[in-house]
Design a protein around this ligand. Structure first.
Ligand SMILES: C[S@@+](CC[C@H](N)C(=O)[O-])C[C@H]1O[C@@H](n2cnc3c(N)ncnc32)[C@H](O)[C@@H]1O
Ligand SMILES: Nc1nc2[nH]cc(C(=O)O)c2c(=O)[nH]1
Ligand code: SF4
Ligand SMILES: [Mg+2]
Length: 210
């Protein structure tokens, strides 16, 4: 009985499968270098073979957690909150983001955009994936587009995605970590040839912080 209630609340977005939460420095993209509190929500079936948080995929291994509890913790640490996963848009993000905004916290999301956009966001980082493309509307709303480069074909994918994204969106190419030594020089050359793009590195990994 108790279990069913939690599942209903997860469906409603008033509880979320919480994998971890941590205060760190945003390592990637536009807000790189900014202190932020990260909320990592479990659950993702996009299946990127190089995903650096595969432990997040199975939502059932992460305890349904009341959003009041998540928000109360977050507010103690930072005024910038990054919601990531897993794929946060697996779930209804409206209750969580409303509660964060009620505390005057800035809401940022890291998402593949594979599911319908929900929630109230001050910053949307869209990182599209070939195997499950974003749902239309998020292309109009995204503030940054961050394409992961694993091999040279990803430059073509990046251009295709930029072409359908709003014109104010800031464009980033980020090396896939395991092949960074090979692809970072390719990204450097590409950005110099195509300066509408910028380089994004996973700087937290170089700094050895979460
Ligand atoms: C782990 S994902 C979680 C959020 C969401 N599922 C997504 O993919 O945007 C957070 C960010 O890390 C990026 N990422 C994941 N694995 C990576 C890797 N091995 N190298 C570089 N970036 C990676 C994703 O593209 C995304 O921008
Ligand atoms: N420091 C730090 N910055 C990040 N930016 C995006 C991350 C993510 O996993 O979503 C991430 C992360 O895991 N750690
Ligand atoms: S969409 Fe994000 S969390 Fe899901 S597999 Fe890809 S990188 Fe990992
Ligand atoms: Mg990460």
């Amino acid at each position: 009985m108790l279990k069913t209630t939690s599942l209903d609340k997860v469906d409603a977005g008033t509880m979320l499968p919480l994998m971890e939460e941590f205060y760190t420095i945003q390592g990637e993209g536009f807000h790189k270098g900014t202190a932020a509190y990260f909320i990592r929500v479990g659950g993702c079936d996009v299946g990127c073979h190089w995903c650096d948080v595969k432990e997040s995929w199975n939502a059932e291994t992460h305890p349904p957690t009341a959003i009041e509890h998540i928000v109360e913790n977050a507010a103690k640490y930072s005024d910038t909150i990054v919601v990531t996963g897993g794929e946060p848009l697996t779930w209804n993000m409206l209750p969580l983001t409303q509660a964060l905004k009620a505390k005057n916290l800035k809401t940022h999301i890291e998402t593949s955009g594979a599911y319908t956009l929900s929630g109230l966001w001050d910053w949307i980082c869209l990182s599209p994936k070939k195997n499950k493309l974003p749902e239309g509307k998020i292309y109009d709303e995204a503030h940054e587009l961050k394409v992961i480069v694993y091999n040279k074909h990803d430059f073509i994918f990046a251009e295709e995605q930029a072409a359908v994204t709003n014109e104010n969106c800031i464009l980033y190419l980020q090396p896939e970590w395991s092949v960074r030594e090979k692809v970072t020089p390719l990204i450097v050359d590409y950005v110099m040839q195509n300066p509408k793009w910028k380089v994004s590195l996973q700087t937290h990994k170089y700094l050895n912080i979460p």
